[in-house]
Design a protein around this ligand. Sequence first.
Ligand code: MG
Length: 455
Amino acid sequence: MHAPAGIDYGVFNKGSFEPPPGRDPFRPNLPACLTGTFMGPDAGVSRLARSLTSARPAPLGTFAERLGIRMKITDIKALRLRAPLGAQGQVESRTGVRTHRYGFLVEVHTDEGVTGVGSCSGNGLLLESVVTHVLKPLLVGMDPLDTEEIWDTAYFRAGVRAFGSRGVGVVALSGVDIALWDIAGKVKGVPVYELLGGKRRDPVEVYATALYPEETRAAVEKAEKLAERGFHGIKIKVGFDLAQDIEIVSAVRSALGTDFPLMTDANMGYGLDVALAAADAFEKLGIGWLEEPLFMEDVAGHAELKARSGVPVALGENLHTRFAFESFMARDAVDVLQPDVARAGGISEVRTIAAAAAERALPVSLHTYGDGIALAASLHLAAALDNSAVMEFDYNENPLRGDLLLEPLEPKNGFMRPPDAPGLGVTLDPEALQRYHFGGGGDLALWRRTLRDAG
Ligand code: MG
């Protein structure tokens, strides 16, 4: 692992945990694989320098101009999906128990016959309404290669008034944006990672999100199996009962040794006092980060926690747009940024967020939870972004990830690769789309039931 010249990673250099031999000396508490890897010792420097000259990378519209192509969006279609989970797949975090996986796909059609697909991570009923009644009327007729103009039109010129500056509208826009990058890659005949400037790492290292609150012995056995499978880290769900959280994390640490990257995720389950105590315990256990320790809007709380604790603070899966991330970075309230491409504003916005993070020498570790399309988009970003650290892989039952693509994307020995075919490089399985197509309203009922049960 080589840190690019001129980048000060000292922000992570805190805490008393003694790094094992081979661990990145710049950040004792952060495993080396979390600091971002580059294909060569100096490969990232010039690109990083370029990325700092502009918070907004060059728009794709330049391709259209170069190629002399003018295309038009003719339609935007929405598809809601639902897949039931078996008992083993119904995991519980502080956000509730999931009995189903829900998906929402966006298909953007053009007058050239090229079609792009994108994914949104949110409530299908609401997303369908925004896509159909706000974004489609607004964007039909625009050139799909003008990604920046489309994003700005949808967000600034109409979207903010129609659906607000954050929330479901931005999630809907995320799916449309992903579909536009798919179209751009297909028109140019290159994979999305090439449009993003080419691979900075190959393959992409992934860690497993897989340990939920369970009997300690069972958690340890599961962790040992995941480590054997070669994952570059394991994330443990905490945020329930502090004593139990520490017991499980300690047991897993003892079983896997001090060198194995372990992270924790509280899903906003702690208050500040408990988060400080948890961070103190996790620091002694050499935990790579504490994720979403507090309520997502509590910028001041995260800033205080970061200042007073020795464990890096990670967050971002519930934040929308560069503006939300900026509020945390400006207050020095985050160490590791975790945007979700299907929520934060799509490929365009995650790229912008990553560039802003790079200015502060902060790594981005992409959050992934959704379907195969979101996973493919994340892999293209993770391969191409200068400051992309180890990427999340949700290692739980998810038919919308495994079944939706004709060629599913699966980790091998803790590594993944973005597809090399043009665009996102994936093909949807029409039978799976039919099987999981969903027209009901149960995606709202899920949360009502969960909250009532929890309350
Ligand atoms: Mg999380």
